[in-house]
Design a protein around this ligand. Structure first.
Ligand code: ADP
Ligand code: ADP
Ligand code: ZN
Ligand code: ZN
Length: 748
């Protein structure tokens, strides 16, 4: 007999408090609750994890070893599960070889078409693969771009060699390579580089050739600064540490590959055509246009390939991604776009009785686009699946068959079922979601006036139509428009022309040792506190020092990289995840070892650690709503929205010069009631004299902005124009997607 519900008994993963719950199957169920209340712990870490675990168990042991390992959730009983498909916002990949074409398999079909039809005939379909040596451009190895020296940044002409005129890491006075330039008797060590001759500067940078003009002998083995920099940092097969990469970033830049002009393919694959188009040209068409070209291919031999490709492309148009191109690197996609791409893979699927687990599908979507996303979720449900969605957007809640709220608060004060029922009932439920829904959110009463303005002139990046527009300084502006209308492109122009600081949702760090406190710079103060209380050196408490567990090197886990899958980690058996040697753990502050401190939440640590400086610093993390994070929680476990808030907290700590901050959808992952907190933080940045520009769809944030710039009207080449600039309250006409959304909810 089939079960009508997914049943959980005594779930206690992360902060879940012995939760009992029956979730109806074959319905659209929306999970709500404050950030950190336990929604992900319930839906992803318990339900999806158990389903993944059970599925793995059905494979023979040799196959199981090759599958991602699921940690079995902490729960007494789960019944009524069907196979789970997780559609999260994790960006599709840090892999430069992955494009919209490769990730959706559209490229595979296109390659197949070219191998069958192209003029002149070339060969197998892998001749068109830029990930195969047989097809890739030899100059860029199929990456489409090459990293080159940004030589203009190498020297500070106002300084002499002795003052550290060579800006590269390791080249300044005291640096490892300094003597190779300063102590060879060739160059004037105390003269600012500006006063050198051009030939002298050229010789310093490039050696050999340029030195000949100098008529002055350089040592035989002399290596110019550029050559040496490229040898040790660019043309190296070693993986550079994250710190080194950061340090050299401003001295390099990526350029479109001079050989293939970004097409990634070798000469042969680049030149052949189908219907007069090269494969590179097709990959640069917007998908909406590409479908039309592909439909015109009518050779009998390729009918199934054309059908499969068209279906894939149409699915992308349906979910609002028709403005993308197949050549677009997946690393440049936003979290929301990545998520919709993943959804495409399942749309055409004929599987039923699946459980789809979807994380905040409205991220990156304008209210108008949200409607099509809801359609999509309902279609998945109507084809006989269970759809479980974690979401903060009331529009999605309104379409739910059932709403489940986890709460009442975050962390240890959450993890319980506080509401289960319909949207209508939730409004009266008095829970934090219910109260937030019932509350009126007014327009800003007194918008601030700008102090000055930052004018972006003739912007034509991507789809922008020669846009000239001014961002007032000293206020909060919001940039709106449907997905693909050009918001990020305009924001990128602003950043380029006025060097704004970007606070985005990209992972904070790829370093597994990074935690909220190492990243925001609080960790040294905590180590000093331990040192003071125990009269030992502070370095002892660093996970990079001799005090660290020798087996896991202070990571607490042993990590194995697997070639094609997510890596695996297991808790270190020597230190049981406590990261330090027993000697170090014996040192305590207020009865807590350094490992105990890692286990505290930010809120708990603020109360417990006897140090005003630390409390103040921790307060910045609490102020952005992250008080529920544990101090030692690896930043790798944070969601995009949480990463962004960690970055805001860091900026709050070091706000001195008036700065322009650009934030991309800062409400991601935030509960309705946490949006006030976010607005307060943004306000405090503005109060400190900074300029804040947010790309945002959330109507509450839009209403609270001082200034609004709306782009559109449509996505891709149908957008890219300014529809409105002015105060949000005055945006009542013309009728655009944004003005309509603003006015309709105002009346509601
Ligand atoms: P939500 O999805 O509602 O924002 P989460 O389920 O992510 O909340 O988090 C609930 C609590 O569990 C938080 O206190 C969070 O810090 C903690 N938590 C989340 N993931 C982990 C993890 N991998 N290890 C330990 N604690 C975690
Ligand atoms: P929004 O931020 O409003 O969603 P974008 O500025 O990201 O819109 O995109 C506007 C247009 O520019 C879209 O057609 C998009 O596909 C294109 N585009 C955006 N980024 C890139 C890029 N890195 N390379 C090529 N095209 C891009
Ligand atoms: Zn190339
Ligand atoms: Zn260890």
């Amino acid at each position: 007999m089939t079960q009508r519900a997914i049943t959980l008994r005594r779930a206690r993963t992360n902060n879940l408090a012995d939760l009992d719950l029956d979730i109806p199957r074959n319905q659209l169920v929306v999970f709500v609750g404050r950030s950190g209340s336990g929604k992900s712990s319930l839906v992803f870490d318990t339900i999806a994890a158990e389903a993944g675990y059970q599925l793995n168990e059905t494979f023979p042991p040799f196959a199981r070893n090759r599958l991602p390992k699921w940690t079995r959730p902490q729960v007494d009983h789960i019944g009524g599960l069907t196979p789970v498909i997780v559609i999260d916002q994790r960006r599709i990949g840090g892999n430069a070889r992955s494009t919209v074409g490769t990730i959706t398999d559209a490229w595979t079909y296109l390659r197949l078409l070219f191998s069958r039809l192209s003029e002149p005939y070339v060969g197998e379909s892998n001749h068109f693969s830029f990930n195969d040596p047989i097809g890739m451009c030899p100059t860029c190895s199929g990456l489409g771009e090459v990293v080159v020296s940004n030589v203009e940044q190498f020297l500070d002409l106002d300084k002499s060699l002795a003052d550290g005129a060579i800006m590269l890491p390791g080249f300044g006075n005291g640096g490892y390579w300094h003597a190779q330039y300063a102590d060879i008797g060739t160059f004037e060590v105390d003269t600012p580089l500006r006063d050198w001759t051009e030939s002298e500067r050229q010789a310093l940078l490039y050696g050999g050739q340029a030195a000949a003009d100098l008529g002055q002998k350089l040592p035989k083995e002399y290596e110019g600064v550029v050559e040496r920099f490229e040898r040790i940092y660019l043309h190296t097969s070693d993986n550079l540490s994250e710190r080194k990469q950061d340090a050299i970033r401003k001295f390099t830049r990526s350029e479109i590959c001079p050989d293939c002009a970004g097409d990634r393919l070798n000469q042969a694959a680049r030149t052949v055509t189908v219907l007069g188009y090269t494969i590179g040209e097709l990959s640069r068409l917007e998908i909406t246009e590409l479908v039309d070209v592909v439909r015109r291919i009518d050779e009998a031999g390729v009918v199934p390939v054309v059908a499969a490709l068209t279906a894939r492309l149409e699915a992308m148009v349906t979910i609002g991604l028709g403005y993308l191109t197949l050549s677009r690197a997946t690393t440049t996609l936003s979290g929301g776009e990545s998520q919709r791409i993943k959804t495409v893979k399942h749309l055409g699927s004929s599987l039923t009785e699946m459980t789809y687990v979807v994380d905040e599908p409205t991220v990156g979507l304008h209210p108008t686009d949200v409607e099509s996303m809801i359609d999509l979720l309902e279609r998945l449900r109507d084809s006989g699946n269970s759809v479980l969605v974690v979401e903060h957007d009331p529009a999605v809640m309104a379409h739910a068959d059932q709403i489940i709220e986890v709460g009442p608060e975050a962390g240890n004060a959450g993890g319980r079922l506080v509401f289960q029922g319909t949207f209508a009932d939730l409004r009266d439920a008095g829970t934090s979601t219910g109260r937030a829904l019932a509350r009126e959110r007014p327009l800003k009463v007194a918008p601030r006036r700008g102090i000055g303005k930052l004018t972006v002139v003739d912007a034509s990046r991507n789809n922008l139509q020669d846009v000239t527009v001014s961002f007032p300084t000293g206020v909060m502006s919001v940039l709106t428009g449907v997905a693909g209308s050009g918001k990020s492109s305009l924001a990128a122009e602003l950043v380029e022309q006025y060097s704004a600081v970007v606070i985005d949702q990209k992972p904070v760090s790829t370093n597994r040792r990074s935690t909220p406190i190492t990243y925001t710079g609080i960790a040294p103060a905590i180590r000093r506190l331990f040192a003071r209380h125990n009269d030992v050196p502070a370095a002892l408490f660093s996970a990079n020092s001799a005090g660290a567990c020798p087996d896991c090197k202070g990571l607490g886990v042993i990590y194995t990289d697997l070639a094609f899958m997510d890596g695996q980690e297991v808790v270190c058996e020597t230190c049981h995840g406590r990261r330090f040697t027993p000697e170090v753990l014996a040192h305590t502050v207020d009865g807590l070892s350094i490992a105990d401190v890692d286990e505290l939440t930010i809120d708990e640590a603020t109360a417990r650690l006897p140090d005003a400086g630390i409390s103040r610093a921790l307060h910045q993390l609490a102020a952005v709503g992250l008080g529920y994070l544990r101090l030692g929680q690896s930043l790798n476990t944070l969601s995009g929205g949480e990463c962004q808030r960690v970055k805001i907290a860091k900026e709050l700590r070091q706000a001195d010069q008036p700065t322009t901050y650009l934030l991309d959808e800062p409400t991601t992952g935030l509960h309705l009631s946490d949006i006030d907190m976010l607005l307060r933080v943004l306000d405090s940045l503005v109060e400190h004299g900074h300029t804040v520009v947010v790309v945002e769809h959330n109507l509450d944030v839009i209403r609270q902005a001082d200034w609004l710039i709306d782009l559109g009207p449509g996505p891709g080449r149908h957008g890219g124009s300014i529809l409105y600039e002015g105060r949000p309250a005055d945006y009542t006409h013309p009728a655009t997607p944004t003005s309509t959304a603003l006015t309709s909810t105002r009346k509601a």
